[in-house]
Write a protein that binds this ligand. Structure first.
Ligand code: FEO
Length: 129
């Protein structure tokens, strides 16, 4: 599979459950990228649904840990999750799967958001969970 995002230890947040979930998210975005490159446009809607569902599951895992360990920055972090879901839903609803520009826009959005979020926000909870 051609990889848009490559997992490396630099993405680790020192929690194996969360690292595995981040790897799965990266894999799903790479799958979307391959579907786009292979022009399998009929598969785009389904993979977007899968990415959205798995992202919700992942956010839920993090947020439960935030409560359990009373992570001090949890409210701000949860807001970031919520605004991502809102933006992702909006983009998914308006996407024209036959348009390369639209599909690339959502792929770029997912790639940038996930990598920035892991590196800048998820890394902050490393010492707490
Ligand atoms: Fe790994 Fe805050 O999402």
């Amino acid at each position: 599979m051609r990889k848009l995002i490559i997992w490396s230890e630099g993405y680790s947040v020192n929690n194996s459950e969360i690292d595995e979930q981040h790897k799965k998210l990266i894999n799903l975005i790479n799958q979307l990228y391959n579907i786009f490159l292979d022009k399998n446009t009929d598969q785009i809607a389904d993979i977007l649904k899968e990415i959205q569902a798995y992202t919700l599951y992942h956010f839920n895992t993090e947020e439960k840990l935030f409560s359990k360990y009373k992570y001090p920055n949890r409210l701000d972090h949860i807001k970031m999750h919520e605004s991502f879901i809102e933006e992702f839903k909006k983009l998914s609803q308006t996407i024209d799967t036959s348009s390369d520009i639209f599909v690339m826009k959502i792929i770029t959005f997912l790639q940038k958001w996930l990598t920035n979020h892991i590196m800048k926000e998820d890394k902050k909870y490393q010492g707490y969970l």
